[in-house]
Structures are given as structure tokens and as C-alpha cells.
Design a binder for this molecule. Structure first.
Ligand code: ZN
Length: 205
């Protein structure tokens, strides 16, 4: 299971912060609710592309000795299962779907001029599918008196809410409180990002 690393900051700041396993050690298990601090369980590595970074980051992992499942602390600037940072995806989607730029121009606006256009189309498809759920889920974060224009389509409405709330702040709320993924969980991980195992009751990781 992935939960958010309880810190907000830059990628460099994140590298400095994860060195000490005690610093953000969860004091209970979010999966079985055992009230014991989790045991350090190393790191896993994942790729990340951001504005000024393209490489591998380490994600700290803990193990619950009661249910034998792992919990990883994902930094809040990335989305589970996606290689590009939230800010890159946000810039691309806003440029394409709010400002109406072409795929190529939107990739340039997101500082990814060499990006495959299929990647952008994949984000757009997933965002369009997820937009109605986001428009509803983000209502508690929208400013009081936030104009609700019923004539606006879900995609524009969700994008405007995300732009005004801030994409990372919105992601923090959606993911931590509701287990909602900004672009929707892949079908193999519904409904809340846990891997489905049909043949056995193997714990997820
Ligand atoms: Zn547990």
C-alpha cells in the first residue's frame, strides 16, 4: 500500500529527508490498524521526470509485523504508477484542455518538448474519465462561494478547481483522505489502489 510521505517540499528536500528511517516512521499500520510502529523495510526505486529532474528516486518502505504487508511513503509530487511528476502533468493538461494548445505546444508548456504525443493523449483520456469524480470530490476544498457553473463541462470544472486549489494540495487531500488518484487508478488496482488478487488471498504490497 502506498501512503503519502508527510512532508511538503522540493525533490532535493525529499532526498535529504528520507535518510533517517525514524523520522517519518508510521506509528500504526494503515492496513490492519495494528497500533505498533512499523519496521523499516528498505527502499524501492522508481523513475521520475520533473521540470528539472529525470532519473531514479528512492521511496522508503516499512513492514507491518502483524499483517506482514508493506507500506511505502510516496513523496507528494508524484502520482502512483506514473513516471512524470504532478506538476508536469498539470502544466500539460491545463495547456491542452483549458488553454486549447496543440499537443506539441502543451508538451512545450510543460517543459517536455521531446515528449511522445501518445503519452499526453493517455493523460488526457484518463483525466477526462476521472473529471466527474474529481469535480465532486474536490468540492470540500473549493473556496466558499466558488462559482459553480452548471453549464461548464466536468473537464473544465475539474481543471479550474485544481488550478485554484493547487494540484499538489488537491492530490494530498484526494489520495490521503479518499484514496482517489488524480488520473484514476489503473483497472488492475481498483477501487483504492490495492492490487486485486483473484486466485489467492495474497496480501498486496
Ligand atoms: Zn498491518
Amino acid at each position: 500500500m502506498q501512503i503519502l510521505h508527510p512532508f511538503a517540499g522540493s525533490i532535493q528536500h525529499y532526498f535529504d529527508e528520507i535518510a533517517d528511517p525514524d523520522r517519518y516512521r508510521p506509528d500504526h499500520c494503515p492496513q490492519c490498524e495494528a497500533q505498533h510502529p512499523l519496521t523499516g523495510h528498505g527502499f524501492y526505486r522508481r523513475t521520475l521526470v520533473d521540470d528539472a529532474f529525470d532519473g531514479v528516486i528512492s521511496v522508503r518502505r516499512y513492514l507491518c509485523l502483524c499483517c506482514k504487508r508493506t507500506v511505502s511513503l510516496l513523496p507528494e509530487f508524484v502520482l502512483p504508477w506514473l513516471r512524470f511528476s504532478i506538476s508536469v502533468i498539470a502544466l500539460f493538461l491545463a495547456a491542452r484542455l483549458l488553454s486549447g494548445l496543440t499537443l506539441v505546444a502543451a508538451a512545450r508548456a510543460a517543459a517536455q518538448p521531446g515528449m511522445l504525443y501518445q503519452r499526453g493523449q493517455f493523460w488526457i483520456r484518463r483525466f477526462q474519465k476521472q473529471a466527474p469524480a474529481l469535480s465532486l470530490a474536490l468540492v470540500p476544498l473549493a473556496a466558499p462561494g466558488h462559482p459553480r457553473d452548471p453549464a461548464t463541462d466536468f473537464v473544465s470544472r475539474a481543471l479550474r478547481m485544481l488550478e485554484s486549489i493547487g494540484w499538489i494540495a488537491a492530490h494530498r487531500f484526494l489520495f490521503s483522505q479518499l484514496r482517489v488518484h488524480l488520473l484514476g487508478w489503473p483497472a488492475s488496482l481498483v477501487p483504492a489502489g490495492r492490487r486485486i488478487t483473484l486466485a489467492s488471498a495474497r496480501p498486496d504490497s
